[in-house]
Design a protein around this ligand. Structure first.
Ligand SMILES: Cc1cc2nc3c(=O)[nH]c(=O)nc-3n(C[C@H](O)[C@H](O)[C@H](O)COP(=O)(O)OP(=O)(O)OC[C@H]3O[C@@H](n4cnc5c(N)ncnc54)[C@H](O)[C@@H]3O)c2cc1C
Length: 310
């Protein structure tokens, strides 16, 4: 039997409390509207569990009642995976699972819940003298569970890899409510199947990530950034080779900024002036050596972020 939206709200409220369930369409807007506004439907309800046990209870109930569940983190994803398709599903927001469970500088790991906003995880790591080197433009809103579920990359992939490379272990709730406990800080773990790698990048299709153990690294002592005008792609590849051979693992980012991108930023006031020495015949390039933070260059700093959800 298919439950009505009103029944869904009532039954969810009995599981997690009425304050953790939204049933009025007017209060759902921030959860339903994704950044590109390409996918717009309704939802039967929004539920915001406050513990792993509550996530389990919701999934057990959804499985028994054939209700679709859409996990949502910071709602910054650009392909609509975090919003419903039909409109009769329940959005399960992980926003309240936002504890830093621990940072172990000796093992080079931190364990965080999936609702922690990425930039808060950065701050917590830096307070302990280490870095979590996963930096992307949506870091002020994106949450750990979403970042892992999309296997996000960002500007430091060259040096540190993407989200998958930074993940040591995962805790997740499976569709029937069972808990997969795979948190792990042992680097030389050669036991069994690598289930965490199935969950990373799965966009919530295999389970809901509730926490993860991530790699952290010693904070670099210094960094250098530069914007370089180069003639063409061949020249850029040659320059990349040269930098990599000189700087080796200290080269953390090397990004193309095509003329079009620069022109758009100038046109829309995101840059005060052209940072290169003059008109370039081709493209302009930016590099960073072991930057301890998202680089402060004005080329990227003014990018507007989607606002964080409560
Ligand atoms: C301005 C901007 C810049 C970006 N730059 C980059 C970039 O440089 N590199 C890059 O790789 N990506 C980039 N992204 C995309 C980035 O991958 C996503 O923004 C981010 O990873 C999603 O995190 P979120 O918490 O917002 O997840 P959401 O958008 O809420 O969800 C994304 C997906 O993950 C699922 N999901 C969310 N939480 C969980 C969970 N706990 N368990 C299971 N599934 C879950 C959702 O169902 C959905 O399928 C950018 C996005 C924006 C808006």
């Amino acid at each position: 039997m298919t439950l009505s939206a009103a029944e869904i709200v009532t039954q969810l409220s009995s599981l997690v409390g009425a304050n953790a369930v939204i049933g009025e369409p007017g209060r759902m807007t921030t959860y339903l509207s994704e950044p590109r506004k390409r996918f717009t439907t309704g939802a039967a309800a929004i539920v915001t569990p406050g513990s792993v046990a509550e996530v389990q209870a919701v999934l057990r109930w959804a499985n028994a009642n054939d209700v679709g569940i859409i996990p949502q983190g910071g709602n910054t994803g650009l392909v609509g995976g975090q919003v419903p398709r039909r409109g009769d599903e329940v959005i399960l927001s992980l926003a309240r699972l936002d504890k830093i469970r621990g940072i172990d500088t000796a093992s080079g790991t931190m364990t965080v819940e999936s609702g922690v906003i990425l930039s808060k995880a950065h701050d917590a790591a830096e307070a302990e003298g280490v870095i979590l080197p996963l930096w992307l433009a949506s870091q002020g809103s994106a949450r750990i569970g979403g970042v892992l579920s999309t296997n996000a990359g960002g500007v430091n992939v060259l040096a540190y890899g993407n989200a998958r490379d930074l993940t040591m272990g995962i805790e997740a709730v499976l569709a029937d409510g069972r808990l997969y406990q795979g948190l792990n800080s042992l680097k030389k773990d050669n036991t069994g199947y690598d289930l965490k790698n199935l969950l990373v990048g799965a966009e919530g299709t295999l389970g809901i990530i509730t926490a993860a153990t991530l790699k952290v690294f010693p904070k670099p002592e210094d960094y250098e950034t530069a914007i370089v005008s180069l003639r063409d792609l061949d020249c850029a590849l040659g320059f990349f080779d040269l930098l990599r051979s000189r700087a080796r693992r200290r080269l953390s980012a090397y990004e193309i900024v095509p003329q079009l991108g620069l022109d758009l930023q100038l046109k829309h006031g995101m840059l005060d002036r052209d940072p290169t020495p003059g008109p370039s015949p081709g493209m302009r390039w930016w590099k960073s050596l072991a930057s301890p933070k998202a680089p402060p260059t004005p080329l990227f700093a003014p990018l507007k972020q989607p606002s964080a959800k409560a």
